[in-house]
Design a protein around this ligand. Structure first.
Ligand SMILES: Cc1cc2nc3c(=O)[nH]c(=O)nc-3n(C[C@H](O)[C@H](O)[C@H](O)COP(=O)(O)O)c2cc1C
Length: 210
């Protein structure tokens, strides 16, 4: 059975473009796989703690030596890692904030990127353990990063793809809504382009199944 983990990270609530598009995409996944289970995690409504000394010491301490607060932090990290291990499909919605990803989403990566658990370093380089998963990245941006000059200052999408690949997730499809803060017309065409990208992803799924 398909198990979808859907993450949202916009501070715009119901008006969020990235979350709205990601929900459309999840609906399409569920349409094509009606028994799919969906685990939703809103990283703004349920903000994760940033890494601190308790997290650092807790992770490396023997379980019986952990303080209560360290025990809670380690349990949270383990729960987040289980959520991703249990999922075969991830849908990650991310607005661009300050040319990168929201700090809430960065905090999620900080929790799940755990040496020995989700990746390890080897003599040949890092090896990610989270293999065999399909990832859909849904990103929205105020500007338009489609031309090379703008793409050079896009630290959102390259970072997301790199982190996912580092952890073993290389089957990544991207839906991009550019130009959301440029003009009403550009925002509309950026959103329509993203919806067309979602349609194309599912047209391919149907074709592949035929
Ligand atoms: C705090 C903040 C920082 C932002 N930084 C950028 C930025 O660096 N570049 C950009 O193109 N848009 C930036 N934006 C605009 C958002 O990326 C854009 O409005 C996007 O559509 C928001 O997605 P959402 O509707 O899912 O929240 C920023 C918006 C906010 C609220």
């Amino acid at each position: 059975m398909t198990h979808i983990l859907a993450l949202e990270s916009s501070i715009n609530g119901e008006a969020s473009v990235s979350s709205g598009l990601a929900r459309q995409l999840v609906d399409r996944l569920v349409e094509s796989s009606p028994k799919a289970e969906v685990t939703r995690r809103n990283l703004v409504e349920n903000e994760l703690p940033h890494m601190g000394t308790d997290f650092m010491h807790g992770i490396f301490a023997e379980p019986e030596a952990r303080t209560d607060s360290q025990r809670q932090l380690v349990a949270l990290t383990e729960r987040l890692i289980s959520e991703i291990e249990d999922a075969d499909t991830l849908v990650i919605a991310a607005p661009m904030y300050n040319f990168a990803i929201p700090s809430t989403l960065k905090a999620w990566f900080d929790h799940i990127a755990l040496a020995g658990k989700t990746f390890r370093y080897t003599a040949e380089g890092p090896v990610g353990f989270l293999k065999g998963k399909k990832v859909y990245l849904v990103v929205s941006r105020g500007g338009d990063y489609s031309d090379p000059d703008m793409a050079a200052i896009d630290f959102q999408l390259p970072y997301l793809k790199h982190m996912l690949g580092f952890l073993g997730m290389t089957d990544v499809s991207v839906v991009t809504a550019d130009g959301q803060d440029m003009s009403a017309e550009r925002a509309k065409s950026g959103r329509a382009a993203a919806e067309a990208q979602i349609d194309a992803l599912f047209a391919n799924v149907v074709l592949a199944a035929e």
